[in-house]
Design a protein around this ligand. Structure first.
Ligand code: PAD
Ligand code: ZN
Ligand code: ZN
Length: 344
């Protein structure tokens, strides 16, 4: 049986995945839908059987559940709980109802979360109870962008001390991956973007070489292979562009290089990988939510943030009232923001 929690959303970030929903390129979405999946809020009320939180407590609703019972939850090597939207549609609550209506018409949920709403309802398998002092307009980024990028480097790529890394795409997710590579002890971090305005923050966060592919006549994978004397140990794609995913694999070192995919490609696209790349010993993997077991890990990430083990404040370019949501999307399209956080 599933138990439900009503949450007052206080702050929500905007992630490129929300734009995929708006553009119709995220798989298996029913419309009309309320997007938003990077939020933080306060428990408003709890349903029968809820034991993990009480009204008034601060929480982060999770885009990836951790039911604690399925074979994936019981396996330490994966975070892909079988209740996730990868396996089961989450446009409706687990009891197949919608909790949103507009003018009498039902509106769909997005991954159960729908943080572009003042109130939302979540099943208790997808809630992280967090520190009472946590600033919700910052820690909302643990709901997606920061956790995904940082975890992609630490948990999925498993970046090693002294290694060479390349991070493609310097939005909120890619900059968090740069921070993860740095925290893991990488000695050289290439940061690649077609928007040079991203480079100063990337350098502040740990990038050693910032490259714009448009500045070179050769393909970027050849440039990086030459600059790194044969290829990088770890490449992380944080854009969602299948041609860049191919380039990321190709710039890794023959024998052991690993390419980690984070970006969500348009529905129906696939990566044009030559099997020869894999025969040469390169590896390719991908991350969902940075490999974190969500319910267990997000409270710990928030505690580490409160203990100043890392800072994600620099990722928040703008904090705006919720009714400026269209401006916030424009900042993302124009490359002017890493993250905009909207507050209710
Ligand atoms: P964003 O749009 O803020 O950042 C993308 C960055 O890539 C921007 O700085 C662009 O300028 C840059 N860029 C675009 N095209 C190119 C190119 N051809 N070469 C180099 N740079 C380029 O997005 P985001 O950081 O919010 O999200 C990044 C991706 O990660 C996106 O596809 C999103 O859907 C995905 C994502 N995946 C997960 C997951 O669990 N796997 C979670 C969250 C987001
Ligand atoms: Zn996201
Ligand atoms: Zn599970």
């Amino acid at each position: 049986m599933c138990s439900f929690i009503s949450i007052q959303i206080v702050a929500t970030g905007i992630c490129r995945t929300d734009d995929h929903v708006l553009k119709g390129s995220f798989p298996n979405i029913d419309y009309p839908v309320i997007p938003g999946h990077e939020g933080a809020g306060i428990v408003e009320s709890i349903g029968e059987g809820v034991t993990c939180v009480k009204p008034g407590e601060k929480v982060i609703p999770l885009c990836l559940p951790q039911c604690g019972e399925c074979s994936s939850c019981l396996n330490p090597d994966t975070n892909c709980c079988l209740k996730t939207h990868l396996y089961e549609s989450q446009n409706l609550m687990p009891d197949k109802t919608s909790r949103f209506t507009c003018k009498g018409k039902a509106i769909h949920h997005f991954l159960w979360i729908s943080t572009f709403s003042e109130y939302t309802v979540m099943p208790d398998s997808a809630i992280a109870r967090i520190d009472d002092d946590a600033p919700l307009d910052k820690v909302c980024l643990f709901g997606c962008g920061f956790s995904t990028g940082y975890g992609a480097a630490i948990n999925t790529a498993k970046v090693e001390p002294g290694s060479t890394c390349a991070v493609f795409g310097l939005g909120g997710v890619g900059l968090s991956a740069v921070m993860g590579c740095k925290a893991a002890g990488a000695s050289r971090i290439f940061a690649i973007d077609i928007n040079k305005d991203k480079f100063s923050l990337a350098k502040e966060l740990g990038a050693t070489d910032c490259l714009n592919p448009q500045d070179f006549k050769k393909p970027i994978q050849e440039v990086i292979t030459e600059m790194s004397n044969g290829g990088v140990d770890f490449a992380i794609e944080c854009i969602g562009n299948v041609a860049v995913m191919k380039a990321a694999l190709e710039c890794t070192m023959v024998g052991w290089g690993t390419c980690t995919i984070v970006g969500v490609a348009l529905s129906g696209q696939s990566i044009p990988v030559s099997p020869m790349q894999l025969i040469m010993g390169k590896k390719i993997n991908a991350t969902f939510f940075g490999g974190w077991k969500s319910v267990d890990s997000v409270p710990k990430l928030v505690s580490d943030y409160m203990a100043k083990k890392f800072s994600l404040d620099a990722l928040v370019t703008y904090t705006l009232p919720f009714d400026k949501i269209n401006d916030a999307f424009d900042f993302m399209y124009e490359g002017k923001s890493n993250r905009t956080v909207l507050v209710f």
